[in-house]
Design a protein around this ligand. Structure first.
Ligand SMILES: [Zn+2]
Length: 704
């Protein structure tokens, strides 16, 4: 619901970027869960509270002309972007608070873990943190721990050895390398697991980073990172430069073939079912048998293939490039994907690239780099310790009440819906009733106790954890589906500042770390909490019923449950939304992509509407709460709280990148775009024709 910064821009760039491409059926993008810096802090939010507060407003402005400034103008006047972040917002500060909580936890754990029982969360979390923070030792080791892998790559003498090594590297990184295969719930039949084949993500976040002539500075910065990293790993400097150029050439070919973010929204184009024999035929130059065997997968049955065009291109390139080039490329891939476990110098040398990509100035602190890696690989052990220390049963109960009321509101709206056909409407209600919403943390934690975590072997610890996760997924093939909450570090963990709907499970996860100001404030009135936390939950819920959610049924199976007429009615009703976004200029000459952002923009409208309506229902039951606070009615506070929540400052480079590649529009758009489509907003602030915030009723979006 936020945006894909945690995987894209968080540290270290090159290994974190790898997991940037979210699977199409999951809405979960958040800012860096660990972002730190000397100032500001969550407690010193440029002199303002982190929670909703009228002091952030600029009441000299007319809300009917410029609602964003009215709601948060004083904050916008003084907020600046810290050097270690590509943007600033309440969510960034919330992330900083969580980072401090996590850093304190990790530091304390490292101080006591030596005496904790082997395999306990405390021993594992404390020892791996101590290993990652042993900077002197890691610098001394350099790229040494990776060299056995490089030697194995150097010995590759043909397709079988190549496939064996791809499998091995996939296990060590828990990511596809060139081409990989893993196990996930079958999109069309979530009662079973299936094999999913996919090519590796590219390190630069947007395809245009490879292809657009204007973005040559990004490619120059990237070339330097590749060459410098290879040189640091022992490749002679002139050879490192040649190799870097070849890496960029190969990745550019893949970038040309990969589906664009808009194309990926069409799941049927993005993912295709094939028999195992068809997969082999599609990749004639790869030893698919050897790859599957290395991964412990059966060489029969059928598979799902993501982005077939890119997969074929990978295969073609194996044949076209000399084996020596492929091996050099593979050595770079192995280094890129594990560089966070090696000498800190590898991450430090990515600072210029980060700056070119996003404007972020400072290299991330070591504490953050290590915390990020631990969160990704040992997220449940860390989450257990975090919840014990930082999350109250009261917060869980309060959040569950808001969730319950927002859900009830949506059910009421569906019952009254006039544009869905009767059978679709009935099924929508069934889907809503089946949706699972989990608050705080999973019912069952993943047990990593069998993984050997040593205080003096950071590379080994992290790769063993990756292998554990990869094999755990593979072992599910043939097993009944397991409820597996908060298990994807790319989307949700108890320590991530985000919330996510996943259509293939039909569930919503709201992490413990997310239930803090400004998204949830135990001290605030209902108007504020319903239009912050409540609106976020509403946003996530409606994703189950939009143009993506229609493709997945109540059990999470890929099965379109809309009629053609429903689809047409939806497109007609969302047309103004696309036009509103297309008309919006994020930078001079750079417009939002209405098509790409329509799902998120619609979810924002649905979210604020549901938060607002659930608040109205609650006020009917508690009329004593229907009173002004700080001079504002609950209805006004609702829209003000929503807008303040999304106020942000962004570097132009990040704005450009998000407009091109991220379905989530920037905060400055989200502050006002949904409210301008809601009648309640017009009533609350007396917006009239001729006002800048006015949209004619027939041009407003009315879907939920
Ligand atoms: Zn969303």
């Amino acid at each position: 619901m936020l945006r894909a910064l945690h995987s894209r821009l968080a540290v270290p760039v090159l290994s974190a970027l790898l997991c940037a491409a979210a699977s199409p059926q999951v809405d979960a993008d958040g800012p860096a869960p660990f972002s730190s810096g000397p100032l500001p802090t969550a407690e010193n939010n440029f002199g303002f509270p982190l929670a909703f507060d009228p002091s952030k407003m600029d009441t000299s402005v007319d809300p009917r002309q410029d609602f964003a400034r009215y709601a948060a103008g004083k904050w916008m006047d003084v907020a600046t972007i810290p050097g270690d972040s590509p943007y600033m917002s309440g969510i960034v500060l919330m992330g900083k608070r969580v980072e401090r909580q996590v850093t304190a936890l990790l530091t304390d754990a490292a101080a006591t873990s030596s005496s904790a029982p082997k395999g306990s969360p405390l021993q594992q979390v404390g020892d791996v943190y101590a290993a990652g923070m042993d900077v002197g030792r890691l610098r001394q080791l350099g790229a040494g721990p990776l060299m056995p892998e490089w030697d194995r790559i150097a010995r590759i003498d043909g397709p079988t050895a190549l496939a064996n090594e791809l499998g091995r590297l996939e296990l060590l990184t828990n990511q596809p390398v060139v081409l990989g295969a893993s196990v996930a719930l079958d999109l069309e039949d979530p009662t079973r697991y299936t094999i999913v084949v996919t090519d590796a993500d590219l390190p630069l976040p947007a395809q245009e980073d490879y292809l657009s002539p204007e973005l040559a500075p990004i490619r120059d910065a990237y070339l330097k990172v590749v060459a410098d990293s290879l040189a640091l790993a022992g490749v002679p400097a002139d050879q490192a430069k040649t190799r870097a150029a070849k890496v960029l050439e190969m990745e550019t070919r893949i970038a040309r073939k990969k589906l664009t973010p808009v194309q990926k929204r069409d799941i049927h184009a993005a993912i295709q079912r094939m028999s195992y024999a068809e997969l082999k035929a599609a990749c004639p130059h790869m030893d698919i048998d050897a790859l599957f065997t290395a991964l412990g997968l059966p060489t029969t049955g059928d598979v799902l293939v993501a982005d077939v065009g890119a997969v074929r291109e990978r295969d073609a390139m194996i044949a076209e490039y000399p084996l020596e080039d492929t091996k050099a490329y593979l050595q770079w891939e192995a280094l890129r994907m594990t560089n966070a476990y090696l000498s800190p110098a590898f991450v430090e040398m990515q600072a210029d690239l980060s700056r070119a990509l996003t404007g972020q100035v400072d290299a991330p602190k070591r504490e953050r780099v290590v915390a990020q890696s631990i969160s990704g690989s040992l997220g449940h052990a860390l989450g257990r310790l975090y919840v014990e220390r930082n999350f109250s049963a009261q917060s869980r109960a309060d959040a569950e009440e808001v969730v319950g009321n927002v859900r009830k509101e949506f059910r009421k709206r569906l019952e009254q819906n006039t544009w869905l056909s009767a059978s679709t409407r009935a099924y929508a209600i069934e889907k809503l009733d089946k949706m699972r919403i989990v608050v705080g943390y999973p019912e069952t934690w993943i047990d990593t106790s069998a993984v050997d975590i040593r205080r003096d072997d950071y590379f080994g610890d992290m790769t063993r954890l990756n292998e554990f996760a990869a094999r755990r997924a593979i072992a599910r093939l043939g097993q009944p589906p397991a409820e597996d909450g908060f298990a994807d570090s790319k989307h949700t963990l108890p320590t991530i500042v985000n919330a996510a709907y996943s259509s293939d499970h039909n569930n919503i996860e709201i992490p413990a770390a997310f239930l803090q100001p400004p998204f949830y404030d135990p001290k605030a009135d209902a108007a504020v909490n319903y239009c912050t936390l409540g609106a976020v939950i509403g946003h996530e819920i409606t994703h189950g019923f939009d143009s993506m959610g229609r493709l997945f049924d109540a059990n999470g199976a890929l099965r379109d449950w809309w009629s053609e007429a429903d689809g047409k009615a939806f497109i007609a009703r969302s047309k103004p939304l696309v036009e509103q976004a297309n008309a919006y200029e994020v930078l001079p000459g750079v417009h939002l992509n209405g098509e790409l952002s329509s799902g998120e923009n619609l979810a924002d409208i649905g979210g604020v509407m549901l938060g607002y309506e659930a608040l109205q229902t609650r006020l009917k039951a508690h009329p004593e709460d229907n009173r002004r606070i700080d001079g504002f009615t609950p209805q006004q506070r609702c829209f003000l709280a929503w807008a303040q929540n999304w106020a942000d400052k962004m570097h132009p480079g990040l704005l450009r990148m998000l407009a091109a590649s991220d379905p989530h529009p920037p905060g400055v758009y989200r502050m006002v775009a949904p409210t301008r489509n809601l009648t309640g907003f017009y009533d609350a602030f007396g917006v009239r024709p001729g006002d800048r915030m006015w949209i004619a009723p027939e041009q407003r979006v009315d879907i939920w």
